[in-house]
Design a protein around this ligand. Structure first.
Ligand code: FAD
Ligand code: EPU
Length: 337
């Protein structure tokens, strides 16, 4: 295990923030995980980094950045309806999705092209186009930093919710996820498709029951809406879609009859944050090299040389304007450091 000092992180985060890590190491094996945790001085912070696609660095990181690079994907078990696949945390999420599609397995097709690593997938319970990764996670293996032990956490114990899990709550900063075991379906479960996907499939005359056609549809929709971080720095949705109770929703609907909403768990309504930000006039906004994407206002962008702190300032301004107009306080989806 090699540790370097004063390492630039620009190529390790999709906002391309030009910050430095005091110490930097790579976790290529379980031995690296164990020795990093044993060696690192608990007085300095430890950050486990995947693809850096859900992080905004606002300043240099005074501590140890450990980049998860453990690789491997293998089928571990199978029964009449399911195939179990273990993927190491440093695998690219999208390579894992391609593996499932290549094996003719269903469950990950709508989650194609989400950037980042397998290890980060349970953390915010990644989701897109009607599905969340919680639906296919069997268990999560991790190294528990305080006790230096390995843990296997079952799906139920991960307490998954919308963009939420145990790993963002009580286990935050306490574990290094080393692998995830997924449970894929041998046959696609027939169900209604997400509206945009249904429309694309119908328009193109594709098969709504084919995992490959669904993945192709999602890929095309995403390409149309979301900026490519290689061209324009971003971390996907900057904010979560807020959940409000029915009473608050009906009061807002009187004032804003066009307000869109989706039914969510526990008699709550989910409001698209993109709509709230759009209504506040931010869509396409640019100041210096920071901005709000012109096709998807939930995505904040770095046009070139924006500092993370400038993007954070813009995010706070947007959040305040949504509070002023709608009385709704948006939560950040992106991890601010
Ligand atoms: P990082 O950004 O590196 O890390 C995120 C957090 O997880 C950090 O707190 C980090 O410390 C922690 N972490 C990472 N790996 C580990 C590990 N092995 N053990 C312990 N902690 C760890 N998300 C969605 O849900 N749906 C989308 O549709 C979506 N679209 C996106 C589109 C674009 C263009 C971009 C840039 C991002 C998008 N995202 C989306 C967000 C992002 O892709 C996901 O959150 C992804 O899971 C982050 O993975 P990562 O490896 O880059 O994590
Ligand atoms: N909208 C506007 N103006 C716009 C764009 C959108 O008002 O310019 C409104 C419309 O009402 C639209 C709604 O926002 O129907 C929803 O937009 P979209 O379908 O693009 O989805 P989203 O809610 O903005 C969420 C996820 C995305 C995920 C997509 C697809 C969150 C925070 N974001 O975005 O995830 O890919 O749905 O399922 O839940 C991410 O987490 O980083 C991410 C990109």
């Amino acid at each position: 295990m090699k540790t370097s000092e004063n390492i630039g992180l620009k190529d390790f985060n999709t906002f391309h923030s030009k910050v430095k890590a005091q110490y930097f190491t790579r976790l290529g094996s379980m031995d690296d995980v164990v020795s990093t945790v044993s060696n690192f001085d608990k007085k300095i912070p430890l950050l486990v980094l995947g693809g850096g696609s859900n992080i905004l660095f606002t300043k240099n990181f005074d501590g140890m950045v450990a980049r998860m690079e453990m690789k491997g994907i293998e089928i571990t078990d199978e029964d009449a309806d399911n195939v179990y696949i273990k993927a190491m945390a440093g695998e690219s999420w999208n390579d894992f999705v391609q593996f499932t599609l290549g094996s003719g397995l269903s469950g990950a097709e709508t989650l194609i092209d989400i950037p980042g690593t397998v290890g980060a997938s349970p953390i915010q319970n990644i989701g897109a186009y009607g599905h969340e990764v919680a639906e296919i996670i069997h268990n999560v293996c991790c190294y528990h930093i305080p006790t230096h032990t390995t843990l296997t956490i079952s799906n139920r114990d991960c307490h998954f919710g919308y963009r939420n899990s145990l790993f963002k709550q009580s286990m935050k900063g306490r574990v290094i996820i080393t692998s995830v075991q997924y449970k894929l379906n041998k046959h696609r479960i027939q169900e209604a498709l997400y509206k945009d996907v249904e429309e694309w499939i119908t328009k193109k005359g594709k098969d709504r029951n084919s995992i490959h056609d669904i993945a192709t549809a999602v890929r095309a929709i995403r390409k149309d809406k979301l900026p490519d971080p290689e061209i324009m720095g971003n971390a996907g949705s900057f904010f979560k879609n807020p959940l409000i109770n029915n009473q608050q929703f009906f009061a807002l609907q009187k004032l804003f009859p066009d307000i869109p909403s989706y039914q969510a768990e526990g008699f709550q309504k989910k409001i698209p944050a993109a709509w709230l930000i759009d209504q506040c006039g931010w869509k396409g906004y640019r100041k210096g090299d920071t901005g709000v994407h012109a096709r998807q206002p939930l995505v904040l962008v770095n046009f070139g040389n924006a500092q993370g702190s400038e993007i954070y300032d813009l995010a706070k301004q947007i959040r305040q304007s949504v509070i002023d107009s709608f009385g709704i306080s948006l939560d950040f989806e992106v991890n601010i450091l």
